[in-house]
Design a protein around this ligand. Structure first.
Ligand code: ARG
Length: 460
């Protein structure tokens, strides 16, 4: 741009370094569609209200549609010298249609325009992210359905604790991801309020029909305070926080997959298409995808920190600091989409090594609680039963055996209440089957959990 928009007030051109420093077009150009859509709605409303000549409104809309299709078909390129996407589109419009183009910005400021554009852009992105999360949840559920009887050790402190099933373990992630989905829906609800008409900060003297603009753009409502309308970036922070939580869940899932792939666990094997090798160690098959997701979680948390800190202590209303919102929220959105769209097919193609899960579950005394419960069911107080079982576990460790293999005589030596039925009570399958409480790992309980979640997902 050779001549600045504000040329009337200034006697000099802006220093080219300042121009570059000030410019956001390199990262806000991606909002071109939303900027044009917002301008078309604004021009439509201005024409309908008689604020500009309806004939001008028509020419403006045609001009904007022309710009949109030229950007999309690659014949119009963004001018890197433009300050931002809003200035670029307006200048291009005026170059194309002349004076009518200069009327588009009536009763509007870039302050409400940019707030509008980001909301329009992020509303679409929320839908995209939600779609990806839904696909991931469905993939998790599909795998869970095949593994309601696959016994594996459940852990606390990363120590084998009590038996669960692979389905139950997976469904824990489906629950987290479903909460993420509801958070995204909730965030979109609060984002769905149209700021245009707030203008620079103090609204306008023109008789705008803001509700009409909102209707044209598919917003549920309009903002009710012009200062807030232009200076609110809560929705960016909120979305970034929701994405951070989503990444937190993905990183936990990723971490488990990394462990499960190791020779120490060997609970699963990732498909070759989703693994990488080593440049020196021929035997290696590395879970790079999951490690990257774990790593990228850090950068999304960084984006959240950027947004929170950028907004901290900002006086009303618009301040240029707020231009820094875009790179952070765009990065968070891009990163989470990239992560989920790689993670889902990786999960769908992995091989579950059931036998290894079961072997691991058979070691580590994860049926010790059930052994204690056996005595409780025969009338002993829990603390007494707990102590007896602890002594039995120590005995097994000493004899290098398991509770299942320990002869009944040894049991009886410690407590007369034990009988041969103890072996059934502490068998892995019994331990899982008996945990049929709502939310428990027993196959029927997990099937109920899946059905309940599928039902709930239908309503989100
Ligand atoms: N590029 C600016 C942003 O992203 C647009 C708003 C500029 N408004 C202003 N008064 N300088 O925030």
């Amino acid at each position: 741009m050779s001549k600045m928009m504000w040329a009337g007030r200034f006697s000099k051109e802006v220093d080219s370094k300042v121009n570059d420093f000030n410019s956001s077009i390199s990262f806000d150009a991606r909002m071109y569609k939303h900027d044009i859509k917002g301008s078309i709605a604004h021009a439509t409303m201005l024409g309908e209200c008689g604020i500009i000549d309806p004939a001008d409104s028509k020419v403006i809309i045609e001009g904007l549609n022309g710009i949109l299709s030229d950007i999309e078909n690659g014949t119009l390129h963004f001018d890197p010298n433009a300050e931002d996407i809003h200035m670029f589109v307006e200048a291009e419009l005026t170059a194309r249609i002349g004076d009518a183009g200069k009327r588009l910005h009536t009763a509007r400021s870039r302050n409400d325009q940019v707030a509008l554009d980001i909301k329009l852009y992020l509303k679409d992105e929320v839908d995209e992210i939600a779609k990806l999360v839904r696909e991931l949840i469905n993939t998790v559920i599909d795998i869970a359905k095949q593994h309601t009887e696959t016994v594996m050790p459940g852990y606390t402190h990363l120590q084998r604790a009590q038996p669960v099933t692979f389905a139950h373990h997976l469904m824990a992630y489906a629950q987290m991801l479903t909460r993420d989905l509801t958070r995204l829906a909730d965030c979109k609800e609060r984002m769905d309020v149209m700021p245009l008409g707030s203008c620079a900060l103090a609204g306008t003297t023109y008789p705008l029909n803001r509700k009409r603009t909102a209707e044209l753009l598919g917003f549920k409502d309009i903002t009710m305070n012009s200062l807030d309308g232009v200076s609110d970036r809560d929705f960016c922070v909120e979305l970034c926080s929701d994405i951070s939580m989503l990444m937190m869940h993905l990183s936990r899932f990723s971490e488990e997959i990394i462990m499960w792939c190791s020779w120490e666990f060997k609970f699963i094997e990732l498909d070759d298409a989703y693994s990488t090798g080593s440049s020196i160690m021929p035997q290696k098959k590395n879970p790079d995808v999951t490690e990257l997701i774990r790593g990228k979680t850090a950068r999304v948390y960084g984006d959240l920190q950027t947004l929170l800190t950028m907004m901290k202590g900002l006086p009303l209303a618009y301040n240029k600091d707020m231009q820094e919102d875009k790179e952070a929220i765009f990065d968070a959105v891009d990163t989470v989409k990239l992560c989920i769209s790689t993670f889902t097919p990786m999960l769908a193609t992995m091989t579950v090594l059931k036998d290894n899960m079961r072997t691991a579950a058979a070691k580590g005394f994860i049926n010790a609680t059930d052994c204690a419960d056996y005595l409780v069911k025969k009338g002993l107080p829990f603390r007494t039963a707990y102590k007896i079982t602890g002594t039995l576990v120590a005995l097994c460790i000493e004899k290098n055996t398991t509770l299942e293999q320990l002869p009944i005589e040894e049991y009886k030596k410690l407590c007369e209440t034990f009988d041969n039925d103890v072996y059934d009570a502490i068998s892995l399958d019994t331990c899982v089957m008996q945990r049929g409480v709502d939310g428990g790992p027993a196959p029927d309980a997990v099937k109920r959990q899946i059905a309940e979640l599928e039902d709930r997902l239908g309503g989100i």
